[in-house]
Design a protein around this ligand. Sequence first.
Ligand code: G3I
Length: 405
Amino acid sequence: MVMPILRALSRRQFVVGASACGSAAALALSKGGVASAAIVGDEPSWTLDSPMVTLKDAGQTPGILVGCAVDAARLRDTPDYAALVRSQANIIVGDNAFKFGTLRPTIRAFDFRDADTVADFAHSNGMKLRGHTLVWHKQMPAWFDQHVTAANAAAVLTSHIAAVCDRYAGQIHSWDVVNEAVEVNDGRPDSLRNTPWLQLLGPGYIDTAFQSARKADPRALLFYNEYGLEGEDAGSAAKRAAVLGMLRDLLKRGVPVDGVGIQSHIMAGHTYGAGLREFIQSAHQMGLRVMLTELDVNDRELALTTSYRDSAVATTYDRYLRVALADGYVSGVITWGITDRLTWLDKDKDAARIDGAAQRPLPFDAQFSPKPAFVAQRRALKQAPTVVPVLKRRTQLLVETASAE
Ligand code: G3I
């Protein structure tokens, strides 16, 4: 695959190459010899065959839930967006609707409008619903720092979880109970991120969160959700080890964790392989479900034509999903959005493209037309092995661990 070469060239060199458009740029690349052969050689074609087969249809055969994050306001005011979601997804998640800051504009009042919109949309369309997220260090309301102290933090945490889980009890397939609580670079021996919840309650806030969620909605699957677990680099490897260690300890303490969410905010052209696959295998061995919870492909490192970027993004979808789905341990694939018209990648200063062009990270373009990424995701789902049921290993694991002591 050619992308490593792309990264080597500075953006300016590429823009120069690009401005000489098409064949000249291809020519420039061919000077690299192998690269152009590679492009011509192993580039799968992303021709849109059988347009009526949807993403959720493709997941039916292996038994993989397929869906996307949704924007509540757009579900309310953009019918063709709602129709697109309805046509492709059998599971949805609010991109912001169920977050602490959205639900708690003031310390006393709850605002369930967006969450209700998403829940009602899922219900009225026979879709499963994920809740994202009960405990996170971001998107916290302004009143939190002023009012929450070490003395009342536990009550704030448990009453929030009880109120939210109770309202949607029986409707939620899976909750991201705790999101992004591991940060190796914060230098703690337990690799936990130094969040306000950690400062106020200590590491036990994670146990409390899962136990409160289980109590409030015993039927919902409880997930720990994290990013930066996907790459072959040392940082991702360290984070995978830290997350597996934390999950193992939680299970050893009997904390009700049912699954792990691999966010999958990945980069076009980057390599994903053994590290990711082993993480998924380890989580499965621990009796945990695994879902890809926020998949999108950032193309900020790619210059050149839109069609080239789309092909590179599609190839990244293809290669990432073939690794992640290889063993049948991943039971859900959720993209973080469905159309390029609504992606956080254009609004986030660290993620946006330096040339200011709109990102193209999702299966459908801004006009809701399927892209090569759609073909790639659908093909990888169709060709995925059947999902393997979760191992009832957890009890065994606890026995093993106890006997090892
Ligand atoms: O609601 C306010 C609105 O009242 C205000 O006018 C507007 C202008 O600033 O901001 C709106 O809040 C924005 C919110 O999205 C709703 O649109 C926040 O500024 C913006 O920061 C927030 O971005 C969200 C981001 O999480 C926050 O970190 C993105 O939409 C959302 O896609 C993104 O999702 C996260 C996952 O939850 C966790 N994993 C990473 C993923 C991407 O960052």
